[in-house]
Each structure stands twice: as structure tokens, then as C-alpha cells.
Design a binder for this molecule. Sequence first.
Ligand code: KG4
Ligand code: ZN
Length: 348
Amino acid sequence: MKILGIDTSCDDTCISLLKIEKWKLEILSNVISSQVKLHAKYGGVYPMLAKREHQKNLPVVFKKALRQAQGKPDLIGVTVGPGLEPCLWQGVNFAKKIAEDLKLPIIPVNHIEAHIVANFIGFNFQFPISNFQTVLPAVCLVVSGGHTQLILMKNIGKYQLIGETRDDAAGECLDKVARVLGLGYPGGPAIAAEATKLQTTNYKLQTKLPRPMMYQKNYDFSFSGLKTAVLYDFKTRPLKVRNSKKYIQTMCHEVQQAVIDVLICKTIKAAKNFKVKSIILGGGVAANNELRKQFNYKLKTTNYKLRFLVPPKILCTDNGAMVAATAYFHKGERFNLPEIKADVNLKL
Ligand code: KG4
Ligand code: ZN
């Protein structure tokens, strides 16, 4: 069976064709048309501009995905939420149109579930997705530009939200900090790049950045205070200091580490308390090298045995393959075209 996955929840127009036979999975195409350059001058995603770009890009990306795959879909999966509403509608309407024209069934997909399912596509696509049950139950940490959620996963479709951010998402915090430091958009990769350039730890910031809510007895997060702490520190520095490479690199290292410390601490605490077999990561921030490395190290050195799953980087950020794989898991469910709507507040 071949499944077409469409995602337009944010600023990337993503379409992929997956082939799944006897639980063996092959990504035939995975086309992503990025709008990063357009949004960079606003320091974040400008929804109406993103909508217009999706409208323009969808037919082009669709043709490219089919051409690369040299195949046609039997089923369509489309992200219906959560995401930016004007953007979601573009993908939903486009998917409905293809479904109608090609007489194909269509499955509405939850973007957060898709970020989790990206793990079952697996590293180098070797991990047959039929094995996914061996890693469950799991605590999933979905960290993106729009979300920071801890989810207890018992099976596909069986999720319990155990904690989430009360204000900014982790990726949003990094994006906003990058804007303050003049590093452009998206902020996560820009901050990571500056942080790795830091050669010496001799240069000490007087301010130690906070680790918000790290030791609280709940699984919620808060990242807006961290962003404000960076802003205040930046504003109090003389121009000469704040424009220096050392300051920028140190601040990037510090803010990235603060985010990592909180994410790792709370996720491992949840995994232990809910006695799960695995920790599963997903979302754009999961592409962060330091986060992946430090999670691995922490889990190897703790005496609590937990499996650790994180998708290949290309499947951490938004993509159509994760949407197609999620649609496959729900393929028995039937939906009528008029029933399928974009929903910004869609919960798992
Ligand atoms: O999942 P995603 O592509 O889109 C949403 O669903 O929001 O995540 C985008 C977010 C952005 O905030 C971006 O700065 C962050 O993921 N991001 C990263 C990295 N790559 C993307 N954050 C830290 N390190 C990275 N390497
Ligand atoms: Zn996403």
C-alpha cells in the first residue's frame, strides 16, 4: 500500500509518499518546501504569508513527490491540527481535492501523534514498524516550535497528556532568544551552531539562567521566564560586550543547556514514575545534537533501564512521512470529506 502524507501545519509545505508492505516501510519520497528565508526577516512565522506560500507550493510539491516516488497513492493522510489555522486549511483542502479527484480514502492526522510515530519509521528505516509495541508503554516528549508536551503512550491512539508548557514552547523560546541575539530564524539550529563554537568556559556570565519548574512536583514546563532572563541580561550589557562573539556564544550555550536540563530532568522523572519501558522524543527540537547526546548519556548512566528512541533528524522537524505513517496506523477508520476540518486546538 502507498500512502501520501501532507503537512502544512506551520511554515513548511511537506508531502511524502510511503510504501508499507507486510509492515516493511520505505520512504519513496519526502519533499519539504521550506519558507525559512521568507519568514527570517520577521524573526518568526507570519501565518498569512505562510498560508499564501502553501497555496502556491502545494501543487508543485505534490507533483515532485509523485515524480520522485514513481508511484501513486492508495490512501491520503493529512494533518488537521494542531497548527496555524490558515496554514492547516491549505493542506486539508488540497488533500480533500485529491481524495475526490482520485477517489481515495482520506485520514485526518494529529500533528503531535505524527511527531511520535516518526520514531516507528526508524533509524535508516531499518526498524520495522510492526515492532513498535515492544517499546510501549512509553513517555513521549514532543518538543517543537508550537508544543512542549509529555505524553504517556500505551498504544497507537491511546495517549494521556501528563504535562505541557504553561506559556512558550521550548522551540519558541529558542526562536525568541535567537531574535534577541540577532541570530535569525529558526532559532534552535542557530543557537546550537553558536553554542558549539564556544571554545572556552573561562568567560563566565554573571547571571545564571533559570531552570524553570525543574524541581516542581508536576510534569509541566514554562519557558517564557528563560527568554525574559536572556533579554534582561542582554539589555544590561554594554554594546561592546553584547556584540562580542564570546558573549553570544556563551549565552547560546547557556540557554540551550537550561532548556536541555529541564527537558531531561522532567522526562526521566515521568518515565520512572509511570514505570514505562521507553522514552520517545519527537518534534523539531529533538533534532538538537546536544539534547540527543545528553539524553543518551543520562539514560546510560542511570541504573533505571529505559530504551531511548529519537527519529533521524530529517524526521524530527515537520515532514509528510510521519503523517503518512500515522495515517497507516488509522487506515481502518473511515471519514467523509465534509467531516474533515482543520482544528487548531485538536488534542490527542
Ligand atoms: O516540529 P517543527 O519542525 O515545527 C513545529 O511543529 O513547530 O519544530 C520547529 C522548531 C523551531 O522552534 C526550531 O527552532 C526548532 O524546532 N529546531 C531546533 C533544531 N532544529 C529545529 N531546536 C534546537 N536544535 C535544533 N537542531
Ligand atoms: Zn511539528
